[in-house]
Design a protein around this ligand. Structure first.
Ligand code: HEC
Ligand code: HEC
Length: 168
């Protein structure tokens, strides 16, 4: 059992190392907002993520087709539970428990984050959120390179539950 755990840890460390390497490898030029940080690099390479903070101020171009994409899931309890579990592992550290962008890792390491509970974000279609989660931008990783499509749709279902009521 212990050996198995060690093997798993070594395996993921190698994966992490290659993910970091892949990013640092091309880092001679300043990091570009159009090529987002890799999923396993974001929280493990705070410097690179911080450098990409400036991207938040830039527009996020999206193909018109993104808006029309429809989720294959209805928001069942099961899909929601799965979405939350994935969010807790990969997203909560930056976007926070309530989606307000004050995640513990983001705060501790001064990583850029974003309030995804806001009306501006929540006004977008499921397809637009799915597209952004999949493709990333700047310090927002391109989760399409790590998580299967179904996982990303279930994340959208969970992200919807973070919707904050507009201020009265
Ligand atoms: C949301 C932020 C976040 C993301 C994304 C993330 N990690 Fe981590 N990871 C952490 C935190 C926090 C720890 C606990 C140790 C620490 O504080 O650095 C950790 C620990 C680890 C460890 C244990 C060794 C160590 O440094 O303590 C490995 C291996 C690891 N992560 C690999 C990965 C891989 C592979 C990916 C991509 C699938 C990934 N991580 C994505 C935040 C993240
Ligand atoms: C390293 C921190 C970090 C992690 C981890 C992270 N994000 Fe993000 N996210 C960001 C940043 C920064 C932006 C804004 C990107 C920009 O505009 O340049 C963003 C943007 C978004 C947006 C789009 C908001 C808009 O502008 O419409 C969504 C949706 C989102 N993130 C969901 C997620 C989900 C779901 C996960 C987990 C799978 C995740 N994020 C993990 C940092 C992070």
């Amino acid at each position: 059992m212990a050996a198995m755990r060690r093997l798993l840890l070594i395996g993921s460390t190698v994966l992490l190392w290659s993910a970091i390497n892949a990013n640092i490898g091309g880092a001679e030029e300043p990091a570009s907002c159009a090529s987002p940080i890799a999923p396993c690099t974001a929280c493990h390479s705070p410097e690179l993520a911080r450098e990409l903070a400036r991207c938040i101020a830039e527009p996020w171009p999206m193909p018109a087709s993104a808006k029309e994409m429809k989720s294959p899931f209805s928001s069942s309890d099961k899909a929601l539970k799965f979405g939350k579990a994935t969010y807790d592992i990969f997203c909560e550290g930056c976007h926070g428990n309530t989606g307000d962008g004050r995640g513990s890792i983001a705060l501790k390491r001064s990583l850029p984050s974003l309030d995804i509970s806001s009306p501006v974000v929540q006004a977008q279609t499921d397809g637009e959120l799915f597209w952004k989660i999949s493709n990333g931008k700047g310090a927002m990783p391109n989760w399409g390179s790590l998580l299967p499509e179904e996982d990303r749709w279930r994340l959208v279902i969970f992200v919807r539950t973070l919707r904050r009521a507009p201020a009265q």
